[in-house]
Design a protein around this ligand. Sequence first.
Ligand code: NAD
Length: 257
Amino acid sequence: MTLKGKTAVITGSNSGIGLGIAREVAKAGANVILNSFTDSHEDHQLAKSLANEFNVSARYIRADMSDPEDCRALITKAGTCDILINNAGIQHVAPVDEFPIDKWNAIIAINLSSAFHTSAAALPIMRKAGWGRVVNIASAHGLTASPYKSAYIAAKHGVVGLTKTIALETAEEPITANAICPGYVLTPLVEAQIPDQMKAHDMEREEVIKKVMLARQPSREFATVEQLGGTTVFLCSDSAAQITGTTISVDGGWTAL
Ligand code: NAD
């Protein structure tokens, strides 16, 4: 599969899943635009190292996905956008009646509204180019719920709904829109929680992963950022041209329960 000549804009891609996806699409030949709300030397170095490793063009563009104007400016500054991967996301855990209003607003803005704004800016560019792919990183929590994650779950269900709407509005064009729904993924953030969980439960690494952290993931294995990148590359391929408006779970069987 080659994505040579295509440009992928990946929101929230200076770490974790976004960076993993950026690496896989770059490996498939796409030029990449990395993004987060910071503007550090490391952010720009990340883009340089991707460009060198995969012989593609790569840039880092700062844009805060909680700000509608920044979301739209990211696409304008990218100049082109054949593949839009809406990945930026945050989490906060609290019961509904104690959920801080500012956290609710931030999660809805970053995890849901940003995908609306970037898509609104990118679709005319895709139409002009005569080809496009929107890949939204939702979650198993876009299809099921858990207590204490109201804003995240509302946002991720919203992302699935937004994906279906974009798919219907572009159905007669060579543009597709799909959502990937990961279960628990081994990112640096998750890796960092393992020592604390081992201490809290007095368990060895493998035991705490399988019995505590992956209690809802029947495979008892984390999904990997490479697998999510591979799923994204597939959705960008010609084989996936008739796959639109749907969700693909990468969750070790979580949503089959
Ligand atoms: P992460 O914290 O490593 O990555 C989140 C990314 O979003 C970072 O690059 C961060 O800088 C960026 N970001 C945060 N706020 C932003 C803002 N205001 N503007 C721009 N960028 C911003 O976490 P991750 O696990 O890689 O999560 C990536 C996506 O995958 C999220 O949407 C998350 O909900 C989803 N997801 C993660 C898991 C998991 O187990 N890790 C499971 C299902 C879904």
